[in-house]
Design a protein around this ligand. Sequence first.
Ligand code: ADP
Length: 364
Amino acid sequence: MVATDRVYQLIAEHTTDLVCIHDLENTIRFATPSSKSILGFHFEDIIGRKLTDFLAPEFVNEMDFSTLTRFFDHPGSRIRYQVRHGNSDRLRWLESTFSRIEEAGNAKYSLLSSTRDITESVHLTDDLMNALSTEQQLSRFKSNLYSVASHEFKTPLAVIQANIEMLKVKKNPKVLDMGLESMEEEIDRLNSMIADMLQLKKLTMGKTTLKLESLDLRAILEDVLKNDCQKAYPEIETSIHISQNKEVAVSGDYSLVRYIFSNLLINACKFSKDETPVKVSIDFDESFVKISIEDQGIGIPKEDQGSIFTSFYRATNVSNIQGTGVGLSIVKEFVDLHKGKISFESSPGEGSTFFIELPYTLDI
Ligand code: ADP
């Protein structure tokens, strides 16, 4: 069939892609009626305008439509960008290809663009990428878990095994007490490692939710110092200093906030050296309670400082100290869930201070 003017007209009227002819200044000289569905404007209203007029704000500086002639050298190249649809605030993703056209006989060039709405496929790709990234995180989590399990879980099991062997042969009451106490400690350690792994998995899958209540931070810190630190590290002196002697109430999830302080304080004791003290200070500003936890321990090597909030990461100077590298990554997530901030300063060989800021009130 030979295409007649009528056939071309029918194609132009019924094409679902937006086809435009631009002059060399990028001004639209011809547009198909599909501009209504793609740009949200009647085709007559876009004649005389430029594609740049429709760009979403964040693309205005990024996309260079000013020299569309560059597409002469790359015919068929595609560009993706976002536009505002009509006069609404709705954003749509578009993809355009450009080709050079020469007007019959007079060697005057202009540009033909063909534009299609790819919003659905961009969203689908985003969803797939998110699913893939969760899947990759889970698979990284599993492989890290296997290596931690094979190292860190082995030690307490070996201690328990050794105690059982000893108790089989030495039946005197003192040895029995010591053996049972040591086994209890190792079982506690195993339990808390397993609880950490479960917590991390829950976080990775986005399943951690907050049960908000009014929390007395001073009471929580005192409880952690007494029941977690002094029990495990009786030789380390700990203290709390509160800048104004007032109540420290914030809204938060009790078990998550307790976990944050417990992990940071146990780390401060665990990585201390020569029985140096651990100090907690509480300060206030307009919207945040600021807690700092300071130790004079082994510190964190500079090259590790950027990675310590990554799950399973342990600095290079702690290989002879027990741990899984999971606690701080959980702490960071918990602080984020409370819309707080966490940071630290550390000098290798001199000590570390961790800073937490928690908002007084939390709207979720
Ligand atoms: P773990 O204590 O089980 O090793 P964490 O996730 O709690 O794991 O901490 C990650 C790493 O950050 C630690 O292995 C250690 O290298 C470093 N770190 C955390 N707190 C301190 C601290 N107070 N002093 C020195 N290093 C620390």
